[in-house]
Write a protein that binds this ligand. Structure first.
Ligand code: HEC
Length: 232
């Protein structure tokens, strides 16, 4: 009888222990701070932020903040802004093979489907009649130059979208450089002249200096030896 009672007790105890067990959640949390952070959760809602953001922990950057690696772009998204960009803005990057190659690569990704690999306005979407009105870069009715090309990448133009979120400033100028070369090829004028990048020039000078110094060094050693000899 006692045994049966014991078994029944054990049974009841295990039922009680198991019955409230939820396999999705641990019943006991050891070191709960590992699971429930003391700090604010990203995008969490907290009373302390009510007056600042309406409760959300996430805040907008302070007005006038500039993301790292970005420059403010002062030309407004208007026809006047575009004209002004065309008149004033020029490509700040040196014409190097590297910049041209990168520009070409990105042009193939972002622009060629409408403007065509050659920039003649015959991209795949035009050939498939999915889009109309793509100008050739050699269109004499348009002044297509550095500033204008950069400007339309920033804001887009009618059915052309903005590329400001897909590309950074340097990339937009690299694309612009390639566009200028395409335009030159279409118009039959010579391509942009490639300059030797300053780093290469500097490197060249450094090598020259090093060579001279190592020569001088040799002589210097000889001089020291002589001095030593004299002292002896
Ligand atoms: C969806 C198709 C499409 C894509 C992709 C596209 N464009 Fe355009 N682009 C257009 C159209 C359409 C126009 C003519 C807009 C107008 O004048 O109404 C245009 C116009 C231009 C002009 C002439 C602006 C002017 O001042 O007249 C330039 C330069 C240009 N695009 C460069 C680019 C570059 C660079 C890229 C890639 C970063 C690009 N486009 C991607 C459709 C496109």
């Amino acid at each position: 009888m006692k045994r049966i009672l014991n078994i029944a007790l054990l049974f009841a105890a295990s039922i009680t222990m198991v019955s409230c067990f939820n396999s999705d959640k641990p019943n006991y949390q050891y070191m709960p701070n590992m699971y429930e952070p003391v700090g604010y959760e990203t995008y969490g809602e907290y009373a302390v932020f009510e007056n600042v953001t309406g409760g959300s922990e996430a805040m907008l950057p302070a007005e006038g903040s500039i993301p790292r690696g970005w420059q403010p772009y002062d030309y407004p998204n208007t026809n006047e802004g575009r004209d002004l960009a065309k008149a004033e803005l020029t490509n700040p990057l040196p014409v190097t093979q590297e910049n041209l190659d990168k520009g070409k690569e990105m042009y193939a990704i972002y622009c060629a489907l409408c403007h065509g690999d050659k920039g003649d306005g015959q991209g795949i979407l035009v050939k498939n009649e999915k889009i109309l009105g793509i100008p050739s870069y050699a269109d004499p009715g348009r002044v297509i130059n550095d500033g204008g090309t950069y400007h339309v990448q920033m804001y887009g133009l009618n059915s052309m979208g903005s590329y400001a979120s897909q590309t950074n400033e340097e990339e937009r100028w690299q694309i612009t450089m390639h566009v200028m070369n395409l335009k030159a090829a279409l118009e039959g004028t010579p391509p942009l002249e490639i300059v030797t990048p300053m780093e290469d020039v500097a490197e060249g000078i450094a090598t020259m200096i090093n060579e001279t110094e190592s020569h001088e060094g040799e002589e210097g050693h000889e001089g020291e030896d002589h001095e030593n000899e004299e002292q002896h």
